[in-house]
Ligand binder design. Sequence first.
Ligand SMILES: Nc1ncnc2c1ncn2[C@@H]1O[C@H](COP(=O)(O)OP(=O)(O)OP(=O)(O)O)[C@@H](O)[C@H]1O
Ligand SMILES: [Mg+2]
Length: 233
Amino acid sequence: MPTIVFVSPKGGAGKTTAALVLANELARGAAVTVIDADPNHPIRSWAAEAHPGDNLTVISDSDEENILDRIEEAAATTPFVIVDLEGSAAKIVLLAVSQADFVVVPTQGSQLDAEQASRALRVIKQQEKMSGRPVPFAVLLTRTNVAIRTRTMTHIQRGLIDAGVPVLNTELHEREAFRAMFSFRQPLEKLDPKEVANLDKAMANAEAFAQELVALLRKEQGRTPGRTAEQVA
Ligand SMILES: Nc1ncnc2c1ncn2[C@@H]1O[C@H](COP(=O)(O)OP(=O)(O)OP(=O)(O)O)[C@@H](O)[C@H]1O
Ligand SMILES: [Mg+2]
C-alpha cells in the first residue's frame, strides 16, 4: 500500500536508478507497481527486456490527467507503489507528491545539486500546505564515492542536517553495477559478477537502502501526524 515517490527537479540526480533499485529489492518479497511517469519511460524500456517476474508491474501511461487514478489503482492492487518522475517541477510532480506516503529526494554531492534538492523540498512544503497533511520525506545521497568523502559532500550533508532535513543513513554509492542494470537491462541479481565489478557490494547497498526505507515507512505508519516539511525547514 505505501506509495514512494522519487522527486528531484534536477535531471540526472539518480531518481530512476534509485527507484529501480528499490523496486527490484522490494519485489523480492512483495508485489510492486512502478509508475514510470517520466515521458522518456526509462523503466518501461528496462522492463521490456528484463522481463521482471510477476512481482514487478510497470505502468507507463500516466500523465497529469490520470496520475492520481493510476496511483490509487496501483495502491489498491500491490503492497508497494513506486513513482519515478521526470526531472522537473511540473504539475505531475505535485500531484504525485500529494499521494505519497514517503518522498525520496535523490541528491548528488555538489552545491548545485543541493540547491536543486531545496527546490524539491519546497514542492513538498507546497503540497503539505495544500493538503494540510505532513508528507514524510528524506534526501538520499547518490553516486557517493565509497572510498573518499569529498569536502563538498561533507559540507552538503552537514548543511542538510543542520537545516533539519532528514537524510537517509544509507547512501547509494557510485557503482558500475547500478549503471549495468540499465545497459544490460537486468536486475542486479541477474547481472554477471564476472562482467560487473563489485556486484556483491552494490547488492548489499541496494538491500540496505530498501531496508532503511521499509523501516521508515513502518515508523511513519505507526505515527500520529508528525512535523511538516515547513516545520523542519
Ligand atoms: N549510484 C549510481 N552509480 C553509478 N551511476 C549512477 C548511479 N545513480 C545514477 N547513475 C547514473 O547517472 C545517470 C543519471 O541517473 P538517473 O537516470 O537515475 O537520474 P534521474 O534523476 O532519473 O535523471 P532524469 O532527471 O533525467 O530522469 C545515469 O547515467 C545513471 O546510470
Ligand atoms: Mg529519471
